[in-house]
Design a protein around this ligand. Structure first.
Ligand SMILES: Nc1nc2c(ncn2[C@@H]2O[C@H](COP(=O)(O)OP(=O)(O)OP(=O)(O)O)[C@@H](O)[C@H]2O)c(=O)[nH]1
Ligand SMILES: [Mg+2]
Length: 243
């Protein structure tokens, strides 16, 4: 077992300045020993400026500032690279819109420290909940999960949520060029790739809370593109190329 494992918590942001002060304060309430990495795509609302100011007085804040909006999946890939390069033992990813309550961090960490390589903060295991979603949004999310389970052969129940802890020793073995997704299909795809590498998975129930401030970045074009990428990966799995 790891003694005092090092945790990096990654937050991909695009116009989340209004949410970050509350979110980061809550994260440190439940995980004061962790560092927080914000991956910001030059948000027009000045999210990165707020992080830069915090970095002056608190060395636990880290920032990757990218020149343009490049997709949520690519932001998490940048966080994976940072966690591996800087020798963290675990990477925990969360959305920055307060949908992933930090009170679940201790439970997720203890499961990871039990030995699981990937711990999913799950809406779809007993005890998991979603607050604030209309039935149509619930149906869409359930359908995407079923689609991903069938196409990619995943055994876990919440494959589209991003609140997860990854063991970096497993992430090190990923070949970043093998990952096709740059957007929202990243979360299903990385589970598929890590499963191929023999990773072990656990799901702990969380309550997902709909964002109260700021706007969603998920649009129809991104959603359709995500479905297309998953279909391509699924076809590749079912019809492997023979040389
Ligand atoms: N750096 C970066 N962050 C992004 C990008 N797209 C989304 N995000 C962030 O990723 C997180 C999840 O995005 P949301 O817009 O909340 O997407 P969602 O949770 O699927 O959709 P909602 O439930 O409607 O909020 C938020 O913290 C966003 O700010 C991107 O292109 N680049
Ligand atoms: Mg959200």
């Amino acid at each position: 077992m790891l003694q005092n494992p090092r945790y990096l918590i990654s937050l991909a942001t695009y116009n989340e300045r209004g949410n970050l002060p509350t979110l980061t304060a809550q994260i440190f309430e439940f995980a004061s020993d962790a560092d927080i990495l914000v991956i910001d795509d030059s948000s027009p609302d000045g999210t990165a400026d707020w992080v830069e100011e915090k970095m002056q007085s608190d060395s636990r804040f880290k920032l990757i500032k990218r020149p343009s909006k490049q997709g949520l999946g690519s932001a998490v890939l940048a966080a994976i690279d940072y966690a591996v390069q800087n020798d963290y033992d675990f990477l925990i990813n969360m959305d920055a819109d307060l949908s992933h309550p930090p009170r679940f961090l201790p439970m997720i960490r203890s499961k990871a420290e039990e030995g699981f390589d990937v711990v999913i903060g799950s809406r779809y295991v007993p005890g998991g909940k979603i607050e604030g979603w209309a039935w149509s949004r619930r149906l869409m999310s359930r359908t995407i999960n079923l689609y991903a389970r069938c196409l990619l052969g995943l055994k876990t129940h919440d494959n589209s949520g991003s609140f997860r802890c990854y063991r970096t020793s497993l992430l090190k073995r990923l070949e970043p060029q093998s990952i096709l997704s740059r957007g929202y299909s990243f979360f299903e795809e990385i589970l598929f790739r890590l499963r191929q590498l023999g990773g072990t998975f656990a799901e702990v129930p969380i309550t997902f809370e709909e964002r109260r401030m700021g706007k969603s970045k998920l649009n129809a074009k991104e959603a359709v593109f995500a479905l297309w990428i998953l279909l391509r990966i699924g076809i590749g799995r079912m019809c492997p190329k023979t040389e």
